[in-house]
Write a protein that binds this ligand. Structure first.
Ligand SMILES: [Zn+2]
Length: 369
């Protein structure tokens, strides 16, 4: 008995120090309970999305959708004022994860490799601000707030010690700050008319950091999944719920750490011997153990952009960060190509490279297969 009590105490104290992986479901649930209009709007999004997917069953995205990002760094001490390099490392991670260029895609179990998706979604730092001026896509705000709560979004307004968003039709707003006991959270599409639209990430989980579990930038991959209408694999509620995606297996609850395949075969009384897709970005496992979005999740994200973010399909604020598929032929001569470390290289496919031209312009491009 003494042993049991001791074990319980250990579990309780471990949990009290642990960080909550994601606050999106809790935030969405709270908004639905407190705001009838929000609940109706969210339901409408699900109905419209289902219809879009039915009408676009043969959908095949040929062109890349590039989403302009503004990162609002809100900091009190210098460690929270993260470097440009840390921010760019996150953009690089997003571009690898959403284009299936992450090297750990080899860790996806063979049974799910065929449905692992190149989502054809990329991200760039915005190069033009809302006033039409050139920008790095980064804002920096010093604050007196020790740590930001999720409730009421204080980080999203200068009046509460945060930073105001840029217009959400044109930019993905990401706030990076110290969060109360939470890795990150996002708004979901029914909140897209909300001025707080966007994603909030704890400063020590944004980009490559030294956090042993969550230092590889997958919190942002996960939260942008929510921003583009993805749900947790277990579908919320009491577990074994519906994540509205047909090719992800039914899952009992979230997974943590770095389990070995298969996990929980035949969970939720299914005949699925492969068990749960714990390495999906929409689970809670360690960053290093995540490796895929599925084709079904890709379709749901593309439908979210097409239905609620059509401006992103034609945006012109990514500046010189373009895909070759979108590049118009220009009358200038290529001088040389360099890689991200400044080394001169030949054309390499599926790798971002800088193309330097004789008129002094530089373009960042990815040559696609
Ligand atoms: Zn989540």
């Amino acid at each position: 008995m003494k042993k049991i009590i001791l074990s319980l105490l250990v579990i309780i104290s471990a949990n009290s120090f642990s960080q909550q992986r994601c606050g999106t479901a809790e935030r969405t649930q709270m908004l639905s309970e407190n705001n009838k209009e929000f609940a109706i709007a969210k339901q409408k999004v699900n109905t419209e999305t289902k219809k879009w997917i039915e009408n676009n069953s043969n959908y095949s995205s040929k062109s890349i959708i590039t989403i302009p990002v503004v990162v609002h760094v809100v900091w009190k001490n210098s460690s929270q004022n993260i470097s440009d390099a840390q921010i760019l490392s996150q953009i690089d991670i997003l571009n690898k994860d959403f284009r299936k260029q992450n090297i750990d895609t080899i860790n996806t179990p063979n049974v799910w490799k065929p449905i692992s998706a190149d989502c054809k979604i990329e991200f760039c730092m915005a190069s033009i601000d809302p006033n039409g001026n050139t920008t790095t896509g980064i804002t920096r705000t010093q604050t007196t707030v020790n740590s930001f709560a999720m409730n009421n979004d204080p980080v999203k307004s200068t009046s509460t010690g945060g930073a105001n968003p840029w217009p959400s039709n044109d930019y993905l707003n990401i706030w990076v700050c110290k969060l109360d006991n939470l890795l990150g959270y996002s708004t979901v599409p029914s909140g897209w008319n909300n001025p707080g639209d966007g994603v909030v990430i704890g400063f020590n989980y944004f980009g490559l950091t030294n956090d042993p579990q969550y230092g590889k930038g997958r919190t942002t991959t996960h939260e942008i999944g929510h921003w583009l209408n993805l749900e947790h694999l277990w579908g919320g509620g009491n577990g074994c719920g519906n994540d509205q995606v047909s090719d992800t297996p039914t899952q009992e609850w979230e997974n943590y750490g770095c389990p070995a395949f298969p996990v929980n075969p035949n969970s939720c009384s299914t005949s699925n011997s492969n068990g749960e897709m714990f390495m999906n970005y929409m689970d809670y496992t360690n960053d290093a153990c995540m490796s895929l979005f599925t084709n079904g999740q890709k379709t749901r994200m593309i439908s979210a952009i097409s239905l609620y973010r059509p401006e992103l399909l034609t945006q012109q604020i990514c500046g010189n960060s373009v895909s070759v598929e979108n590049t118009t032929i220009q009358n200038k001569k290529l001088v040389k190509i360099i890689d991200l470390l400044g080394r001169e290289v030949k054309k390499i496919r599926n790798t971002p490279l800088f193309y330097i031209y004789d008129d002094g312009t530089v373009e960042k491009k990815i040559i696609l297969k």
